[in-house]
Write a protein that binds this ligand. Sequence first.
Ligand SMILES: [Ca+2]
Ligand SMILES: [Ca+2]
Ligand SMILES: [Ca+2]
Ligand SMILES: [Zn+2]
Length: 431
Amino acid sequence: MKKLFLSITLLLALSGLRAQQPAHCGTMDVHAQHRSNPQNLAGMMQAETAAREWRENHPSGVMQRSGGNPVLTIPVVVHVLYKDATQNITDQQINSQIAVLNEDFRAMNANISSLPPVFDTLAADVEVEFCLASLDPNGNPTNGITRTSTTGGLILGYFNPFTEDAKFDSTGGKNAWPTDRYLNIWVCELFPGLLGYAQFPGDDPLTDGVVITYTAFGTIGTVTAPSILGRTTTHEVGHWMGLYHIWGDDSDCTTGSDSIADTPNASSASQSDCQTTRNSCNNEDPWWGVIDPPDMVQNYMDYSHDSCMAMFSKGQKVRMHSFLYGDARRFALFSSTAGCAPQGVNEHQFQLADFFSIYPNPTQGVVNVSYYGHENAQMNIEVLDLNGRTVSAFTTSSYNYTIDLSNLPAGVYALRFSGEAGVAVKQVVIQ
Ligand SMILES: [Ca+2]
Ligand SMILES: [Ca+2]
Ligand SMILES: [Ca+2]
Ligand SMILES: [Zn+2]
């Protein structure tokens, strides 16, 4: 009983029934709770280390690649938990949310044009897309949606982040599909005031994913103002890729940070509407030089209304990529056979070669090589001519390096990389 009372107290605080400002998002509270579990903490620290090393190995941040970066596609399963017919949201409503994710993570959202000049060059195409899975964990066709009739969550019939009741059959929810093959999204009735919560990379695989309340999911059907544009899910998926809130989850300008330079610090979350003139901190990261930018209330990782949110920053993109590429479980999603339509064929299933960037190509002789994978970069490299003869060979353990081919006659060659991660072959043209 004491535990139940504690949970209700936490939930009241969390849901804003006591606090002055509603906590739309339960992620940081859940994060703190999960970090008290040594096993979860170890997993999260491992993911953070892997992401940091990835950033160190890729100082330019994002892949430099002729022909553009690979666009990563994440298979999604949506678990609908419903207590009545209204909560059993339609396929169309679910599709409307997938569409929003694809717009927001590709910088294709209509309101991106509303960004002020101080921020509009910072908006990033995150180069990640989402699709409803077409194969279930047993390899059978699926529409990527499960529907579970339930009597509700453990406390007062609401689902809540502290008991994680949405995520298990045994507590009125639905067990996750393998979280290294699917992004699991549960849609249910969360505790009043709470719009959603997510789990950071490296945390417990059994509870990995995001949970969104049914009144804030998608853009049609049961959505309720002001959360009618699907940005709650964009925000939570941002956490799931390793992003913190842009104000640093503190109440001042000094202690907290989201660890990203190009998102101005703020003293607290933005207040719901779109306070474009708000400027709560003036001790910006040195990255800004002499500029004191306003608070980036248009950022998906603030608490503004859906209609205000319009961007992830380039710095946030680097951080998200560092977890997507650096953390083995997140990276595994991109070779998941869970598939996107049609017929379970994952058109975006990557080969090792997709994670090598060779530029410039064609070249006058010198090429830069950047390896974007998370596996060991220790590789044997062979340069092969058109007859398959090895004309040069060497080894490297670097993620970024230069190969000088200027001593070779003009023509077409193959670079063959082989290592722990497998074999990749890239063509290079010497002019
Ligand atoms: Ca920042
Ligand atoms: Ca702050
Ligand atoms: Ca400022
Ligand atoms: Zn949040």
